[in-house]
Design a protein around this ligand. Structure first.
Ligand code: SF4
Ligand code: SF4
Length: 292
């Protein structure tokens, strides 16, 4: 089978997505099916200077890192490289939350930092012509299996159903809460959690954003082994346009009600359920497993 030619362009980035991708367990198989015309770390056919100075044939443009008007890559504005290869490739894939929404670099001194896909209110004509070809895989970092599966879907010419942020619905139509091993603690409002412990839901006091963060971390485990919430850390909502938030280990509340509720749950429903749950204390859930 002909290898799919891929350009991995890193803009304003910590290279976390590159490192995440290198952890993909079947990377050798991937490299039998795809070839990088350029990648910042993996051996590739061309130098960045050659990529910039010529139009090299390519099927997919992968973008890692935020875009900013004044961010220069090898002497050229990053956005100019994107626009040039956007005309050549069949698809553009934003890899990670910085490339998708701007991510942590929105806090930097660069001007007008964003991802390729603007939050709705920030959408401008500037990138509109790119959206038709774009698929976004948000995450800080990107989940390697979600990225690779999406690239294979593109290679096979499958039609991807996308959400409003151009993320494949197959991986982003449910929340991190879905599949979390702590759901029973959530139901009974038990958050007696300490970081790294097996017990307790982290929604009520520890800032877990799993119930309103879209992604597949608890369905497709990281390194086929674990997820953040399973390991005892709250979900920080890294796949969403609002990432990053400050005070990530705190649940902001108004009159005792969490500021953000699970997707699709109204305040009224939440209060009704919370009222019922309050009436119960389930000893089995309140006890620490390893206490004497
Ligand atoms: S820890 Fe987070 S993801 Fe897990 S059940 Fe609680 S709120 Fe949901
Ligand atoms: S659990 Fe939440 S913060 Fe962690 S990688 Fe998944 S979406 Fe991001």
């Amino acid at each position: 089978m002909k290898k799919t030619r891929v350009l991995w362009l890193t803009l304003m980035s910590c290279n976390g997505n590159t490192h995440s991708f290198l952890n993909y367990p079947y990377i050798e198989q991937f490299l039998n099916d795809f070839e990088f015309i350029y990648h910042p770390i993996i051996d590739s056919d061309y130098t960045l200077e050659e990529i910039i100075s010529q139009d090299i044939a390519c099927d997919i443009l992968l973008i890692e890192g935020s875009v900013a008007d004044d961010f220069i890559k090898a002497g050229v504005p990053g956005i100019d490289i994107i626009k040039r290869y956007a005309k050549i490739v069949e698809k553009i894939v934003t890899v990670g939350t910085c490339a998708t929404f701007g991510g942590i670099f929105r806090e930097s001194n660069y001007k007008d930092v964003s991802g390729l896909h603007f939050q709705e209110e920030r959408r401008t004509d500037k990138y509109n012509d790119l959206f038709e070809k774009t698929v976004s895989i948000s995450g800080c970092p990107v989940h390697p299996e979600v990225l690779v599966s999406t690239l294979y879907a593109i290679k096979k010419g499958l039609s991807l159903k996308l959400d409003a942020y151009l993320r494949p619905k197959e991986y982003f139509s449910y929340t991190i809460h879905n599949g979390c091993t702590r759901n029973e603690y959530f139901e009974y409002k038990v958050d007696n959690h300490h970081f790294g412990e097996l017990e307790g839901c982290m929604f009520y006091d520890h800032g877990c954003r799993g119930p309103f963060t879209h992604g597949s971390c608890n369905k497709i485990l990281w390194n086929e082994v674990n997820s953040k919430t399973r390991a005892g850390l709250p979900c920080m909502g890294c796949t969403e346009p609002s990432f990053p938030k400050r005070n990530i280990f705190e649940t902001k509340k108004n009159m005792g009600i969490p500021e953000f509720l699970p997707v699709g749950v109204s305040k009224r429903t939440y209060l009704t359920l919370a009222g019922i749950t309050k009436a119960f204390t389930i000893d089995r859930l309140e006890k620490k497993l390893f206490d004497d």
